[in-house]
Design a protein around this ligand. Structure first.
Ligand SMILES: C[S@@+](CC[C@H](N)C(=O)[O-])C[C@H]1O[C@@H](n2cnc3c(N)ncnc32)[C@H](O)[C@@H]1O
Ligand code: SF4
Length: 387
């Protein structure tokens, strides 16, 4: 087992308005943003977790939400400076800020860039005004276009657009139009998420009618063709990138790297090679309680050594290229042979395949990734209960 790269995730739990489909830890902001108090809480949180990690320069930072772009560039700059002073930044570090197009005033992206942000992920979702309304979005398609222009003007060419598909009543052509409208803004990366109806959301209480599975299949095929023609490569289940523009932070997740998680409800994962274990961490979820809590209230759960192979594989199969044996052995400290029993039946069903010193999902397996994950899950769960 080797010590993997270390990344940092910081969660910002407030939004202008909660979207009816969203089950992220995000809350409508009903009073003044406690900006300074929250940044100080994030700094304390990071400091309290430092004894848990081998100090090494951060490989990437993701400022996610919620809506981090509700926070001023100066506040984001203070947090980044604190992280840099405590751990240092690796050469060429990627620092992503999630932004809602409805929160971007003129000149704001240039200030975020000056504060240290190197990449932006913009929540476009759709360019169809009917869909934006149904999705409860606070911005128009034109505001997304203006935000993208601002990104180019600020020199933040390395930006992602989030799109959702399988939207209520959406046709194959409409999904394609959304992808074309996104491409017209010249992003470096595009994420495309299947709209899922999550328990506890407004959509779960009154589910909209989504297109049938065959239509959704056709949508995905059409969108992939359009993206490939535009020079994008699918490298992950929901991720498409131009050459050199893969999201390093997300790739670190799928490669089972380490990350500190700070902020309300944030998750982290840390490896202890000398003890042969990895742990998962989770912070207090509710923002007000997080602000009042002792950061040491962090919940830590050990991933037992016998669960590591399955946790690793569930992440690794999200990448089109899968994972190489050497990475598996470095991250888990176990020989690749331990996966054989679980993966052979999946290989027999044509869902996964063995390449040169690597495992990956087949194109069929990639489409039905959930089936692979479901097959692997009982392994992880039975291993947990057998402890
Ligand atoms: C934290 S949000 C992005 C930033 C910002 N909060 C925004 O919405 O503009 C992360 C992304 O997850 C996706 N997402 C959220 N809920 C989803 C759902 N139920 N189904 C599919 N995608 C979802 C959306 O595309 C969203 O942009
Ligand atoms: S999708 Fe984004 S803006 Fe909407 S509630 Fe979720 S985190 Fe907030």
């Amino acid at each position: 087992m080797k010590s993997p790269p270390l990344a940092l995730y910081a969660h910002f739990p407030w939004c202008v308005q909660k979207c009816p489909y969203c089950d992220f830890n995000s809350h409508t902001l009903r009073e003044e943003l406690p900006e300074q108090r929250y940044i100080e809480a994030l700094q304390r949180d990071l400091d309290a977790q430092l004894p848990d990690v081998e100090r090494k320069p951060l490989s990437s930072i993701f400022l996610g939400g919620g809506t981090p772009s509700l926070f001023s560039p100066a506040a984001i700059g203070r947090l980044l400076e604190h992280a840099r002073s405590q751990l240092g930044f690796a050469q060429g570090i990627e620092i992503t800020l999630e932004a809602n197009p409805g929160t971007i005033e003129r000149g704001k992206f240039a200030e975020y860039r000056a504060a240290g942000v190197t990449r932006v992920s913009l929540g476009a979702q759709s360019f169809d005004s009917r869909q934006l309304k149904l999705l409860g979005r606070i911005h128009s398609a034109d505001e997304t276009r203006r935000a993208a222009e601002e990104l180019h003007a600020a020199g933040l060419e390395n930006f992602n657009l989030d799109l959702m598909y399988a939207l209520p009543g959406q046709t194959v052509e409409e999904a394609q139009l959304d992808v074309r409208a996104a491409l017209a803004l010249h992003p470096a990366h595009l994420s495309q998420y299947h709209l899922t109806i999550e328990p506890g959301t407004l959509f779960a209480a009154a589910p909209p009618t989504q297109p049938a599975d065959e239509i959704v299949e056709e949508m995905l095929d059409g969108c992939l063709r359009t993206l490939v023609e535009a020079g994008f490569e699918q490298y992950e289940v929901s991720g498409y990138a131009r050459t050199g523009a893969r999201c390093a932070h997300n790739v670190n997740y799928w490669e089972f790297g380490d990350y500190l998680g700070i902020g309300a409800g944030a998750h982290g994962k840390l490896t202890y090679p000398s003890r042969g274990i990895a742990i998962r961490t989770q912070q207090t979820r509710e923002p007000r309680r997080y602000l009042a809590a002792d950061p040491r209230a962090l919940v830590r759960k050990t991933i037992a050594s016998r669960d590591l192979p399955f946790e690793f594989a569930m992440n690794g199969f999200r990448l089109v290229e899968g994972f190489v044996d050497a990475l598996f052995e470095a991250r888990t400290g176990l020989p690749i042979a331990v996966l054989e029993d679980a993966l052979s039946p999946l290989a027999a069903r044509g869902l996964v395949e063995r390449g040169s010193q690597r495992w990956r999902a087949t194109p069929k397996g990639f489409r039905f990734l959930n089936e692979i994950l479901v097959e692997l899950l009982p392994e992880a769960e039975s291993a947990t209960t057998a402890q």
